[in-house]
Design a protein around this ligand. Structure first.
Ligand SMILES: Nc1ncnc2c1ncn2[C@@H]1O[C@H](COP(=O)(O)OP(=O)(O)OP(=O)(O)O)[C@@H](O)[C@H]1O
Ligand SMILES: [Mg+2]
Length: 322
């Protein structure tokens, strides 16, 4: 098998993750029962998931590259080092930046696994595409954009379209620049809260994505509820369906969507042209493992991650996933 390479374009943060008995109410202090520090952000976490699946499955590891804006601040150095320890290479669009990266504060409630997040995201950083971006995109089988850092996303998606690489969008919320990005997207997987401007529901947004922007494949995730999908086919036919999400004992839902997107990117990178519902199914299974484990990174060592990846590869090479 050829090395599996992925390019992930978007936000990286430093995540301070607290485990709490109850979420902090306004004006109150709560003592955490545990804390962890890790890199975060949708594209960064998806890249970590992608690199982990390749390693766990014993696939020849191509490069997993995160194209983001970090800089020279010591906390940015921490983010890059943590990502490097997960086999993710950073292509930094703002290497001379001296300010701190976005620091995201997350609390996860013991028992329910429900997360609350405060983050500055990419606000105020206008990152221009670095010279090596096109080369990184050409070397990858799939390119995932999370919509943060719009100039990076549009440049990467344009280069991917020109090179025939698959472009996946993690649609968390409407962001500036998405209007120009969407027509370059092959598979848009949106959170249930995602709305195109003026759309009244997730289904309405999905319809607009297909008809106004020509996105050929769309899915909507909704936590424990089934993933809904729509797909257009050459000749004008279309199909739609739902993929069940495994029912699990939920410990931590922080970044569940990011794990889902990273696994979906990996499924398509290892089986180009894979059946959408099958790929969404393996992504949901990987995200379920993430939800069953407390903390942002502990789940990566769960043996089920490798089992899911190997089963997907066996299925893909047997032809049933393609
Ligand atoms: N409670 C849960 N039980 C099982 N799977 C879950 C649960 N919550 C999330 N997941 C898995 O993760 C996927 C993405 O979840 P969700 O729709 O909440 O993402 P999101 O809104 O993008 O959130 P985020 O990006 O902040 O993690 C779901 O489709 C499902 O596969
Ligand atoms: Mg999300």
């Amino acid at each position: 098998m050829l090395p599996v390479a992925g390019a992930f374009v978007g936000l990286s943060t430093l995540d301070l993750v607290y485990r709490v008995a109850e979420p902090p109410a306004a004006g109150r202090k709560v003592q955490a029962t545990g804390q962890e520090i890790a890199a975060g952000g949708p594209a960064a976490n998806a890249a970590v998931t992608f690199a982990t699946l390749s390693r766990a499955a014993g696939v020849p590891a191509g490069t997993t590259t995160l194209v983001t804006a970090l800089g020279r601040h010591p906390l940015a150095g921490y983010v890059a080092a943590e990502l490097a320890s997960r086999q993710v290479t950073v292509l930094d669009a703002t290497p001379e930046r001296t300010g701190p990266p976005a620091v995201s504060s997350a609390s996860v409630v013991q028992g329910s696994g429900e997360r609350s997040v405060v983050s500055a995201n990419a606000g105020g950083i206008d990152a221009a595409p670095p010279a090596a971006l096109t080369e990184v995109v050409r070397a990858a089988s799939v390119v995932l954009v999370d919509g943060h850092h719009p100039r990076l996303a549009i440049a990467a998606a344009s280069a991917a379209r020109a090179a025939g690489r698959l472009v996946l969008l993690d649609g968390g919320s409407w962001k500036p620049g998405l209007d120009a990005l969407l027509s370059l997207v092959d598979v848009a997987v949106c959170a249930a809260e995602f709305r195109l401007p003026g759309a009244g529901s997730a289904a309405e947004s999905a319809a607009e994505l297909r008809h106004r922007y020509g996105v050929p494949a769309i899915a909507v995730t909704a936590g424990p509820a089934p993933v809904r999908w729509w797909q257009g086919h050459p000749g004008g036919a279309s199909t739609a369906g739902e993929v069940a999400v495994p029912a699990v004992s939920v410990q931590d839902t922080l970044g569940a969507g990011d794990a889902f997107h990273g696994a979906l990117a990996w499924a398509f990178a290892t089986a180009r042209g894979a059946d959408l519902a099958a790929a969404l199914g393996v992504a949901a299974s990987v995200a379920a493992v993430r939800c069953e484990t407390a903390g942002p990174r502990g789940w990566l060592a769960d043996p089920r991650v490798g089992e899911l990846a190997r089963r997907w590869l066996a299925r893909a090479s047997g032809g049933s996933a393609c």
